[in-house]
Write a protein that binds this ligand. Sequence first.
Ligand code: GLN
Length: 488
Amino acid sequence: MKLNGLTIRQAQEKLETGEITSVDLTRACLDRIKAVDNKVKACLTVCEEEALVEAKKADARRAKGELGDLLGIPYIAKDNIMAKGVKMTAASKILENYIAPFDATIIKKLKEKGAVLLGKSNLDEFAHGASTENSAFGPTHNPWDLERVPGGSSGGSAAAVAADMCLFALGTDTGGSIRCPASFCGVAGLKPTYGLASRFGLIAMTSSTDVPGPIAKTVEDAKIVMDAISGIDKNDATTVNTKELSSEASELSSKRVLKGKKIGMPKEYFNEGLDEDVKKFVMKAVNEYEKQGAEIVNVSLPHNKYGVAVYYIITPSEISSNLARFDGIRYGFSDKESKKLIDVYKKSRGKGFGPEAKRRIMLGTYALSAGYFDAYYLKAQKVRTIIKEEFDRVLKEVDCIITPTSPHTAFKIGEQSSDPLKMYLEDVYVTGASLAGLPAISIPVGFSRGLPVGMQIIGKRFDENLLYGMGIAFQGATDYHKAKPELK
Ligand code: GLN
């Protein structure tokens, strides 16, 4: 197998025995990007020279005896995460030429561990979307079928991992943006518990649900990355001290991980609107868990049906406030022709933001305005609490909840982009865990007409270890995660 096709675990073994160097690995990824990214369009920026310098440094650290799961491992970060000195656009014209002045905490942590940043990946502008078609720089193409979307908003990251341009990638998820593209591209994507990893240095979207997380070739790799980027950060008051959290990590390697575990199957996630093939493969995966000793329990989450409605009140509200800082003065694009200050604001924002960002600013400003606050924003927050309590109640009875990640497989580019409401409904299975702050992972569980099918496992707060255990157990018994797209 080509070096860029390795998992983190496989590459690490070869690095440790001296069979390969980080420079070899990094070159293989850069060559792959050159060979296929003209078709996939996953990357917005490639830092070729800097990556090779970092790879050499990692090799030197190893030569001095240093070890580490991520030492010398090349990766790509979503372009709404800051890496010092590297362009960061958030796929928006308003930040087209913006150079990040410092490292996001998660980038800093990866640098310290010796991971090698190859470049920045495409996304829906400001992470608003479920297909990566909202990027101001054009859509990313799904490596499994170039006429289809990779999912979104971290579509570039998922496509890059699926096409072996890197060993792993970073995404962000406020309402499905890691899980949806992971599902459409046939890779593993973890949205961690809210607060497990720092948001410092990420472009703020929906601050109350935002989390950064890994997109990787296997669940084992996703765990390695998540462990590296999590932890308390003085720059993000919502982060927690992970050292104090209980750990069932020892269970991970044991075959008994599923014995006696209860898996909740919410009936509301398996009714009309769900593609038959997606349902079939998710049920097949659940049967595999049953075979391995888990108990299946029917559960109900009746308020989930309000998840999308609640999310699309809260999200635009927070967005309208977070995007207010892009005023044409402090960051990025500024309209030079305007003479009056008010015109600078209006023209810079008018020309800089794309249609979806504008739509959300307007929706959010409306929902937060004096006469409508109680009817929309406050009401949505109340229903959010009910959704959260409902999850907590069910998760007292079961260890985790299994659902499809998306109602169907990847759709064609252009098929839904003219209908924002339809696009919002893509998030029907993923907004719940975001609103409740719960961890959720998407793993590939089958193929329907050549396109990957994703399954979502939702866990208790800070119980990522169970999700890893479940994912590793499934990937130990099946081969779906090993399939590679032909990139025709
Ligand atoms: N589809 C969601 C949205 O458009 C995903 C956003 C996200 O998770 N960043 O809001």
